[in-house]
Design a protein around this ligand. Structure first.
Ligand SMILES: [Zn+2]
Length: 210
Protein backbone atom coordinates (compact mmCIF):
# COMPACT_ATOMS: atom_id res chain seq x y z
CA UNK A 1 0.00 0.00 0.00
CA UNK A 2 1.26 3.43 -0.92
CA UNK A 3 1.07 5.51 2.28
CA UNK A 4 2.06 8.77 0.56
CA UNK A 5 -0.65 8.35 -2.07
CA UNK A 6 -3.23 7.42 0.57
CA UNK A 7 -2.22 10.46 2.64
CA UNK A 8 -2.60 12.83 -0.30
CA UNK A 9 -5.98 11.29 -1.10
CA UNK A 10 -7.22 11.77 2.48
CA UNK A 11 -6.02 15.41 2.49
CA UNK A 12 -7.68 16.09 -0.87
CA UNK A 13 -11.01 14.53 0.18
CA UNK A 14 -10.92 16.32 3.53
CA UNK A 15 -10.46 19.70 1.82
CA UNK A 16 -13.24 18.83 -0.62
CA UNK A 17 -15.52 18.44 2.42
CA UNK A 18 -14.27 21.79 3.77
CA UNK A 19 -12.88 20.23 6.94
CA UNK A 20 -9.71 21.22 8.78
CA UNK A 21 -7.47 18.49 10.17
CA UNK A 22 -8.73 19.40 13.64
CA UNK A 23 -12.38 19.14 12.58
CA UNK A 24 -11.84 15.74 10.98
CA UNK A 25 -9.94 14.57 14.06
CA UNK A 26 -12.75 15.70 16.32
CA UNK A 27 -15.37 13.83 14.30
CA UNK A 28 -13.30 10.65 14.66
CA UNK A 29 -12.44 11.21 18.31
CA UNK A 30 -8.69 11.22 17.68
CA UNK A 31 -5.90 13.84 17.79
CA UNK A 32 -5.21 16.17 14.84
CA UNK A 33 -1.61 14.95 15.00
CA UNK A 34 -2.85 11.52 13.90
CA UNK A 35 -4.61 13.07 10.90
CA UNK A 36 -1.47 15.03 10.02
CA UNK A 37 0.55 11.80 10.19
CA UNK A 38 -1.78 10.07 7.73
CA UNK A 39 -1.75 12.98 5.33
CA UNK A 40 2.04 13.16 5.24
CA UNK A 41 2.23 9.40 4.69
CA UNK A 42 3.90 8.64 8.01
CA UNK A 43 1.16 6.27 9.15
CA UNK A 44 -2.06 4.61 8.02
CA UNK A 45 -5.43 5.01 9.76
CA UNK A 46 -6.21 2.07 12.08
CA UNK A 47 -8.44 -0.60 10.59
CA UNK A 48 -10.98 0.18 13.31
CA UNK A 49 -11.38 3.76 12.05
CA UNK A 50 -11.35 3.15 8.27
CA UNK A 51 -15.09 2.70 7.84
CA UNK A 52 -15.98 5.85 9.76
CA UNK A 53 -13.29 7.86 7.98
CA UNK A 54 -14.56 6.67 4.60
CA UNK A 55 -18.09 7.63 5.62
CA UNK A 56 -17.03 11.17 6.54
CA UNK A 57 -14.97 11.65 3.38
CA UNK A 58 -17.64 10.08 1.18
CA UNK A 59 -15.42 7.29 -0.18
CA UNK A 60 -15.22 3.51 0.34
CA UNK A 61 -12.58 1.75 2.43
CA UNK A 62 -11.30 0.26 -0.81
CA UNK A 63 -10.80 3.78 -2.22
CA UNK A 64 -8.98 4.78 0.98
CA UNK A 65 -6.61 1.83 0.79
CA UNK A 66 -5.90 2.48 -2.89
CA UNK A 67 -5.50 6.22 -2.40
CA UNK A 68 -7.89 6.91 -5.29
CA UNK A 69 -11.49 6.48 -6.30
CA UNK A 70 -11.50 2.99 -7.74
CA UNK A 71 -13.48 2.48 -10.92
CA UNK A 72 -16.18 -0.18 -10.89
CA UNK A 73 -14.56 -2.48 -13.49
CA UNK A 74 -11.49 -3.35 -11.40
CA UNK A 75 -13.11 -2.87 -7.99
CA UNK A 76 -13.03 -6.52 -6.86
CA UNK A 77 -9.50 -7.06 -8.05
CA UNK A 78 -8.35 -4.05 -6.01
CA UNK A 79 -10.23 -5.25 -2.92
CA UNK A 80 -8.40 -8.58 -3.10
CA UNK A 81 -5.05 -6.90 -3.55
CA UNK A 82 -5.66 -4.67 -0.55
CA UNK A 83 -6.79 -7.60 1.61
CA UNK A 84 -3.68 -9.60 0.82
CA UNK A 85 -1.52 -6.55 1.49
CA UNK A 86 -3.16 -5.97 4.88
CA UNK A 87 -2.68 -9.58 5.95
CA UNK A 88 0.97 -9.36 4.90
CA UNK A 89 1.48 -6.17 6.89
CA UNK A 90 -0.05 -7.75 10.00
CA UNK A 91 2.27 -10.75 9.65
CA UNK A 92 5.29 -8.49 9.37
CA UNK A 93 4.33 -6.40 12.36
CA UNK A 94 3.63 -9.57 14.40
CA UNK A 95 7.10 -10.85 13.54
CA UNK A 96 8.67 -7.55 14.55
CA UNK A 97 6.76 -7.61 17.84
CA UNK A 98 7.88 -11.14 18.68
CA UNK A 99 11.50 -10.18 18.02
CA UNK A 100 11.02 -7.18 20.29
CA UNK A 101 9.69 -9.52 23.00
CA UNK A 102 12.96 -11.48 22.93
CA UNK A 103 15.06 -8.29 23.06
CA UNK A 104 13.04 -6.93 25.99
CA UNK A 105 13.25 -10.24 27.84
CA UNK A 106 17.01 -10.57 27.40
CA UNK A 107 17.85 -6.94 28.24
CA UNK A 108 15.65 -7.00 31.30
CA UNK A 109 17.15 -10.27 32.57
CA UNK A 110 20.67 -8.95 32.06
CA UNK A 111 19.80 -5.76 33.92
CA UNK A 112 18.35 -7.77 36.81
CA UNK A 113 21.58 -9.79 37.15
CA UNK A 114 23.69 -6.63 36.88
CA UNK A 115 21.71 -5.07 39.74
CA UNK A 116 22.10 -8.24 41.82
CA UNK A 117 25.86 -8.10 41.22
CA UNK A 118 25.99 -4.43 42.23
CA UNK A 119 24.08 -5.26 45.43
CA UNK A 120 26.44 -8.11 46.28
CA UNK A 121 29.52 -5.96 45.63
CA UNK A 122 28.15 -3.25 47.94
CA UNK A 123 27.42 -5.89 50.57
CA UNK A 124 30.96 -7.27 50.47
CA UNK A 125 32.25 -3.69 50.79
CA UNK A 126 30.22 -3.56 54.03
CA UNK A 127 28.08 -0.66 52.89
CA UNK A 128 24.77 -0.08 54.77
CA UNK A 129 21.97 -2.54 54.03
CA UNK A 130 20.02 -0.16 51.73
CA UNK A 131 23.00 -0.21 49.36
CA UNK A 132 22.06 -3.84 48.74
CA UNK A 133 18.28 -3.47 48.84
CA UNK A 134 18.08 -0.45 46.51
CA UNK A 135 19.77 -1.88 43.38
CA UNK A 136 18.21 -5.31 43.86
CA UNK A 137 14.80 -3.70 44.33
CA UNK A 138 15.20 -1.59 41.18
CA UNK A 139 16.33 -4.71 39.32
CA UNK A 140 13.25 -6.70 40.33
CA UNK A 141 10.74 -3.92 39.68
CA UNK A 142 12.01 -3.28 36.14
CA UNK A 143 12.09 -7.06 35.55
CA UNK A 144 8.44 -7.46 36.51
CA UNK A 145 7.35 -4.47 34.40
CA UNK A 146 9.33 -5.66 31.36
CA UNK A 147 8.03 -9.21 31.69
CA UNK A 148 4.43 -8.00 31.85
CA UNK A 149 5.10 -5.94 28.72
CA UNK A 150 6.72 -8.90 26.93
CA UNK A 151 3.82 -11.15 27.89
CA UNK A 152 1.38 -8.60 26.55
CA UNK A 153 3.24 -8.65 23.20
CA UNK A 154 3.15 -12.43 23.15
CA UNK A 155 -0.56 -12.47 23.88
CA UNK A 156 -1.51 -10.08 21.06
CA UNK A 157 0.99 -10.80 18.27
CA UNK A 158 -0.06 -13.66 16.00
CA UNK A 159 -2.30 -16.47 17.25
CA UNK A 160 -2.27 -19.61 19.37
CA UNK A 161 -3.28 -22.78 17.56
CA UNK A 162 -5.21 -25.62 19.20
CA UNK A 163 -3.64 -29.06 18.62
CA UNK A 164 -6.98 -30.82 18.70
CA UNK A 165 -9.14 -28.80 16.34
CA UNK A 166 -6.69 -26.39 14.71
CA UNK A 167 -8.65 -23.36 15.91
CA UNK A 168 -6.60 -20.14 15.98
CA UNK A 169 -7.31 -17.41 18.50
CA UNK A 170 -5.93 -14.57 20.61
CA UNK A 171 -6.32 -15.54 24.28
CA UNK A 172 -6.98 -13.18 27.17
CA UNK A 173 -4.02 -11.67 29.01
CA UNK A 174 -5.04 -13.56 32.16
CA UNK A 175 -5.12 -16.97 30.52
CA UNK A 176 -1.69 -16.39 28.92
CA UNK A 177 -0.33 -15.14 32.22
CA UNK A 178 -1.48 -18.20 34.17
CA UNK A 179 -0.65 -20.83 31.53
CA UNK A 180 2.37 -23.10 31.97
CA UNK A 181 4.71 -22.68 29.01
CA UNK A 182 7.78 -24.01 27.21
CA UNK A 183 9.10 -21.08 25.20
CA UNK A 184 6.05 -19.68 23.49
CA UNK A 185 4.11 -22.94 23.50
CA UNK A 186 1.49 -22.68 26.21
CA UNK A 187 -0.81 -25.17 27.91
CA UNK A 188 -4.24 -23.59 27.55
CA UNK A 189 -7.88 -24.44 27.08
CA UNK A 190 -9.14 -23.99 23.52
CA UNK A 191 -12.16 -21.67 23.41
CA UNK A 192 -13.66 -23.70 20.53
CA UNK A 193 -13.36 -27.37 21.48
CA UNK A 194 -12.66 -26.85 25.18
CA UNK A 195 -9.70 -29.27 25.26
CA UNK A 196 -6.52 -28.38 27.13
CA UNK A 197 -3.43 -28.85 24.97
CA UNK A 198 0.04 -27.42 24.39
CA UNK A 199 -0.73 -24.69 21.89
CA UNK A 200 1.83 -23.26 19.53
CA UNK A 201 2.23 -19.62 18.60
CA UNK A 202 1.62 -19.13 14.89
CA UNK A 203 1.80 -16.15 12.58
CA UNK A 204 -0.62 -15.65 9.68
CA UNK A 205 0.99 -18.02 7.19
CA UNK A 206 0.87 -20.93 9.65
CA UNK A 207 4.61 -21.11 10.11
CA UNK A 208 5.44 -21.89 13.72
CA UNK A 209 7.41 -19.25 15.57
CA UNK A 210 9.66 -20.64 18.26
ZN1 LIG B 1 -9.62 -26.76 19.94
Amino acid sequence: MDQIKIGKFIAWKRKEKNLTQAQLAEKLGITDRAVSKWETGRSLPDASIMLELGGILGVTVNDLLCGEEVSMENYNEKIEKNLIEMVKQKEQSDKRLLTMEIVIGLTSTLFLFAMLAVGIIFMTLEKPVWAFILPVGVGFVQFIICMAFALRIEQTAGYYECRECGHRYVPSFKSVNLAPHMGRTRYMKCPKCGKKTWQKKVIGDGKTEE
